[in-house]
Design a protein around this ligand. Structure first.
Ligand SMILES: C[S@@+](CC[C@H](N)C(=O)[O-])C[C@H]1O[C@@H](n2cnc3c(N)ncnc32)[C@H](O)[C@@H]1O
Length: 193
C-alpha cells in the first residue's frame, strides 16, 4: 500500500492531514463529468462518498446513486441514504455488475488499490485523481495494465480546503472495459468554474 500522505495548506495547521483522507470534491467540478459520461437513470455506486457531494450531483442529473464510505459523516449533514462503515474495497463484483458506473474521488493513499479493484469491472469507472499519479514510477506497471479511455483535466485546479489549493492539479480519469465510451475524444479539459 502506498503510504504517501495528503498534505493540504490549512492556515491553522499547515501540515495537518485529515486522518480519514476526507477532502470533499467541489460539486461544480463533477458537473461536466456527469454530463459527459452519465445518463439519467444510470445506476452508479460512489464507494468513498464522504458526505455525498458527488452523490448529490449525480442524483441531480437523474442517476440512481448508492453512496458508501468507510467513515461516518452522519454528523455533517450528509446526503440522504448513504451507507457508512463500509470499506469501498470490500465489495462483491457480482452484486455490482448491473451498475452502469462507479464514480468517486478516492482516498489519495488508496488510489492504486481503488483503480485495481474497480477498473477491471464491467462498468464505467471515473475517478478524480492527482495528475502526479501519471508520472509515478510505482504506478507505471498499473498504467500499462489499465490505460484510461479518457482523461479530463480540471481547469482551474480545485480547492479541497474551501479556500487555498494544495498546489496539485487534478483530472477525471475514465475507464470503460466493456461498455462503449460515450465520449468523442480521449483527452480534454473541463473549465469547470
Ligand atoms: C478525498 S475524500 C472524497 C469524498 C467524496 N468522494 C467526494 O468526492 O466528496 C476520500 C473519501 O474516502 C473515504 N475513505 C477512506 N478510506 C476508505 C475506504 N477504505 N473505503 C471507503 N472510503 C474510504 C474517506 O472517508 C473520504 O470520505
Amino acid at each position: 500500500m502506498n503510504q504517501q500522505t495528503t498534505l493540504l495548506p490549512d492556515p491553522q495547521a499547515p501540515n495537518k492531514r485529515d486522518p480519514r483522507d476526507y477532502y470533499p470534491t467541489p460539486k461544480e467540478a463533477a458537473v461536466p463529468l456527469v454530463q459527459e459520461f452519465l445518463k439519467p437513470h444510470d445506476y452508479v455506486w460512489e464507494p468513498a462518498c464522504g458526505r455525498g457531494n458527488l452523490v448529490e450531483v449525480m442524483r441531480d442529473h437523474g442517476c440512481k446513486v448508492v453512496g458508501s464510505d468507510l467513515h461516518d459523516y452522519s454528523d455533517q449533514e450528509p446526503a440522504t441514504g448513504l451507507h457508512f462503515g463500509l470499506d469501498g474495497l470490500d465489495f462483491d463484483p457480482f452484486e455490482l455488475s448491473n451498475n452502469n458506473a462507479v464514480v468517486t474521488n478516492p482516498p489519495y493513499s488508496l488510489a492504486r488499490e481503488f483503480i485495481e479493484a474497480f477498473v477491471p469491472g464491467p462498468w464505467v469507472t471515473a475517478f478524480l485523481l492527482r495528475n502526479s499519479i501519471f508520472g509515478s514510477i510505482e504506478r507505471h506497471a498499473m498504467w500499462q495494465r489499465y490505460p484510461p479511455a479518457a482523461i479530463r483535466f480540471l481547469v482551474p485546479r480545485p480547492s479541497f480546503t474551501g479556500g487555498g489549493t494544495d498546489n496539485s492539479e487534478y483530472a477525471w480519469v475514465v475507464w470503460s472495459r466493456d461498455r462503449p465510451m460515450r465520449c468523442a475524444r480521449p483527452i480534454g479539459w473541463y473549465h469547470w468554474r
